[in-house]
Design a protein around this ligand. Structure first.
Ligand code: G6P
Length: 613
């Protein structure tokens, strides 16, 4: 996700900024930029792509190389493509104020309209530029200091932010503020380094001041003042960072995959932010507004994807048929284009992809468009090829996923599918009370996810107890059948244990022959319409002395008598269960892989983004 660095002190600012931005690279980014003050003006260099591209630009700009105060940013695109215009820093109309921003300004559209009506011209598609111009406007309207203008502007914006702001009119000052997006001030000797992440500071100092939400700081060459956004002074302790750089990059976790598993409550919240509207009790998906009419006329939905995203599509099949009553089918992207698919009028194809670059998914999308389908995307990486080639779509906003085995992108794919299904369902058949119940339940999912994550230790023990078994089965029904497939895939991918996922009732048609004494069978069996049926399947495995690990509903005491191990998940509507039931399986695979000494984040033979057929 985006990263912020700022510097004020005796050194060349550009060196500290570039070094800090490189430290933030692990978070993922698609463009970068810096702003440095020198000789009465702000000097900006920005570039899409790697930081090395930005360095080339700085090398050609002597003014940027001179200054000793500046701000820098790595951007992970959310509003607008990853190009130079959209890269941060962004300026106000005068070019004398510059800003870098992490987070999302939710009400940027009405603010932008207001500013446009008052003569502001925008050079980017970003929400951030709106904030920069708003700060400039408050300066122009008589704010006495930069911090006054920042404070006034922030009182107008909704959403989340970590920001660092500088002004050519008050050059020995950085103003930073935080609401929902971290910011830290490193206190060096005779210098300050501000950053969104301690890894950009550690090189210089281990003394830091942490800002809390709704706080801001004014940093000058020899002082640091902290206050609330309402300008009430706050006194802060200088604290010591005790983590190593590597630990910090992984948020204190041993692997990126574990960090990403644990991030799920947070990213799912980000994915729903501004979209699950509990005030007006509706779903708002700006990315689909232009095609809502066409979507409502859709007679058939085809979901296409690869790997984990294909499992998300299988859950989508249930969601779209169940909640929106639209006939839906799921196609492996690699098969779709070679089968001469039937795409009739009023067919919509949705490509689902974390990276937005998977070659097979892209080819399937192009085939669908060629045949006249409305082509939509559910994609994580903004500005990726699939995102650009679709007619419309919904971004996941899951942040960069670095572990090769997809986890948080998967749960966000489920959330987006649910939101789309509810949006269409409400317009077709769902009553408002039913809709409201789903919206409330969706909003409760992040906390419930956390309750599952709190069981990590218990799950680690189960993984360690069975890690010596070479063959596993994963079984589920209904909405949890794709989760059984995903559980098996996760285990295969990172621990290299052979595993098969099945709809539970299919077991008796063949795979039951595999079951032998001690073989683990993981049943994904929370309460629901097929619960009783699956108990029968459990008995079939028990009779053959297999070991039963169940993912069951909290409070289901009965199931313990027929299972060797039980991991419980909180109750929720059946359609939302996959968002919770997948988490124990992600953790089971993770801990099994760690116990086997595997390279969890970079499993053998696998690539994060498969751009070849
Ligand atoms: C690769 C990855 C999988 C991923 C699949 C689809 O095979 O190893 O984890 O699910 O590609 O990737 P996408 O970026 O399209 O979701």
């Amino acid at each position: 996700m985006c990263g912020i660095v700022g510097y004020i002190g005796p050194k060349r600012a550009c060196d500290v900024l570039i070094e800090g931005l490189k430290r933030l690279e692990y978070r993922g980014y698609d463009s970068a930029g810096v702003c440095v003050y020198h000789a009465g003006r702000l000097h900006i260099a920005k570039s899409p792509g790697r930081i090395s591209e930005l360095e080339k630009k700085i090398a050609e700009d002597p003014a940027i190389q001179c200054g000793t105060v500046g701000i820098g940013h790595t951007r992970w695109a959310t509003h607008g493509e990853p190009n130079e215009a959209n890269a941060h820093p962004h300026c106000d109309l005068s070019g004398r104020i510059a800003l870098v921003h992490n987070g999302i300004i939710e009400n940027y559209a009405p603010l932008k309209r207001f500013l446009s009506d008052h003569g502001h011209v925008f050079r980017s598609e970003t929400d951030t530029e709106v904030l920069a111009q708003l700060i400039g406007r408050f300066c122009q309207d008589g704010a006495e200091t930069l911090e006054d203008a920042v404070r006034a502007a922030l009182s107008e914006v909704g959403g989340t932010y970590g920001i660092a702001v500088m002004s050519a009119s008050e050059p020995d000052k950085l103003v930073v503020a935080r609401k929902g997006s971290p910011l830290i001030v490193g206190v060096g000797s005779g210098e300050y380094i501000v950053a969104s992440d301690a890894s950009a500071i550690l090189e210089h100092t281990t003394n830091v001041v942490y800002l809390n939400d709704n706080e801001m700081a004014v940093v000058t060459r020899d002082s640091l003042r902290t206050m609330t956004l309402d300008n009430v002074p706050v006194s802060k302790e200088v604290e010591q960072i005790e983590w190593s750089l590597e630990q910090i990059a992984k948020g204190g976790h041993e692997h990126f995959m574990l960090k990403e598993i644990f991030e799920q409550p947070e990213v799912v919240k980000m994915c729903m932010r501004g979209r699950v509207d509990l005030r007006d009790m509706r779903i708002q998906l700006g990315g689909l507004e232009s095609v809502t009419g066409a979507l409502l006329r859709t007679k058939r939905l085809i979901l296409t994807a690869c790997g984990t995203a294909w499992h998300a599509a299988l859950v989508g099949d249930y969601l779209f048929e169940d909640l929106a009553r639209i006939p839906t089918e799921v196609q492996y992207a690699s098969e779709f284009r070679y089968r001469n698919p039937i795409v009739e009028d009023d067919t919509t194809v949705i490509a689902i992809s974390q990276s937005g670059e998977t070659a097979d998914t892209l080819a399937a999308l192009r085939e669908a468009k060629e045949k006249g389908a409305l082509a939509l995307g559910i994609v994580n990486v903004v500005g990726s090829t699939i995102a650009r080639e679709t007619d419309a779509g919904v971004y996941l906003h899951a942040g960069p996923e670095i572990g090769v085995a997809s986890t948080k992108a998967f749960t966000c794919q489920l959330v987006v599918e649910t939101m789309v299904a509810l949006l269409l369902g409400r317009k077709r058949l769902l009553s408002q009370p039913v809709m409201e119940q789903y919206l409330r339940e969706l909003a409760a999912i992040p906390d419930k996810m956390q309750r599952v994550l709190d069981k990590a230790e218990e799950i680690r023990k189960i993984a360690e107890d069975y890690v010596d078994r070479d063959n596993w089965l994963f079984l589920g029904r209904g909405y949890n059948y794709p989760i059984a497939l995903e559980g098996a895939l996760k285990l295969k991918e990172i621990s290299y244990i052979h595993a098969e996922g099945l709809p539970a009732a299919e077991m008796k048609h063949g795979p039951i022959a595999l079951i032998h004494e001690g073989m683990p069978a993981v049943f994904v069996t929370p309460q629901g319409p097929t619960y009783d049926k699956i108990l029968g399947n459990i008995e079939e495995v028990r009779a053959r002395r297999g070991k039963i690990i169940a993912v069951a509903s909290e409070g289901d005491e009965g199931i313990r008598s027929c299972c060797d191990r039980v991991i419980t998940v909180p109750d929720c509507p059946v359609a939302l269960q996959p968002m919770l039931t997948v988490i124990p399986l992600q953790l089971l695979a993770y801990y099994a892989a760690v116990a086997r000494g595997c390279n969890v984040d970079k499993p053998r033979n696998l690539a994060k983004s498969v751009t070849v057929e």
